[in-house]
Design a protein around this ligand. Sequence first.
Ligand SMILES: *Cc1c(COP(=O)(O)O)cnc(C)c1O
Length: 428
Amino acid sequence: MNPVSFDFSLEFARAMDQQDPLRQFREKFYIPERNGNPVLYFCGNSLGLQPRTTGSYIGRHLEKWAEKGVEGHFDGPLPWVDARKPSRPILADLLGAHPDEVVAMNSLSVNLHLLMVSFYRPKGKKFKILTEAGAFPSDQYILASQVQFHGYSPEEAIIELVPRPGEQLLRTSEIIEQIHKHQDELALVMMSGVQYYTGQFFDLQAISGAASRYGIKVGFDLAHAIGNVPLSLHDWGVDFASWCSYKYLNSGPGNVSGIFVHQKHGSNKDIPRFAGWWGHNEKRRFLMEKGFDAMPGADGWLLSNDPVLGLAAHQASLDIFAAAGMEKIRAKSELLTAYLEFVIRKTIGNPEEFTLITPSKPSERGCQLSLFLHQGGREKFELWTAQGLVADWRNPNVIRLAPVPLYNSFEDIYAFGKLMQLSQGDSR
Ligand SMILES: *Cc1c(COP(=O)(O)O)cnc(C)c1O
């Protein structure tokens, strides 16, 4: 699609949908309904919608379990011992990683702890962690409890990056400056990839480059980034990362997470880690021997045997990503979010009523826009919700709207614009 000049009309939105190379993907998902009508679902940043194929992917394993019992571990076209493997190349693609650098396992908060065991190694003066202020609460608890585990207090060991007074976003130059300033004290830089509240997509390449220059480890929480924005973790030299699969990856509530460990660490068996049998040399795993022998790559951090049913749901969605292609997804996403921004500015009218916290530059955001409403935010949100909007409210006054390119349409955004007009008491 070419750059376009937007228009707030049903005809325009439908014409955009007509030209959309991904338009047929919407039909691959169940769109929830209210009163017999599909809702306006802008909440894929919280829980992605269910692919229509998910049930049959899981069903195959349920049938096999019923028919074969324990033999299913080694039998059939999808032996359970290998359940995680088909996800690997697709995850690698989404992350810009080599296949051996990624593996699906556990859940996100668990994985961040495991990765910090290996990559947060405070020593002498170098014991601090740099992170963004206002990080997702689980991440705050993880960092605080990790530094406490090593005998430090969060106050002394965690440096939080705060936007300049009057600003909502962190400037890359400021992040780099802080890394430079604290180079002798930092053991780790750990931030989100896309900030859950503001929607800011940090310059991970610049952050990773700056940290590596001073020998500081760098890790990212990609919960809001994977499947949303383009990533090149290997080339950026990122040490480690983790994410969840139930947001943009549409894998279902609470489903499996994954880790990235850069190749520069993957073959180093001496890196301290918490080990389990699934991370042990695959060829000797069932010999039940004494003495852990880490598998090369990210697999060396595996602990437990694979959650087969969850991985089946995960695969159903990843196969859709593979069919659509991240480049097309991102191209549509940029247009869709730009159209949402256009429609918000057009329909809310008075710029004193709202602030768009999320950056306006497409390279600095994913699909989410965080809309700060100065007055009557909660009432508007409730009115819109009653009219079929599914979005997300964050105190004090922020609505997060995430039009997801795989299943949202330009017409959805037009319909949201009509809702916003409703709350203006105006029917232009
Ligand atoms: C969604 C999210 C989480 C959730 O963690 P779980 O362990 O999957 O419950 C953690 N961190 C960030 C940044 C998130 O966006």
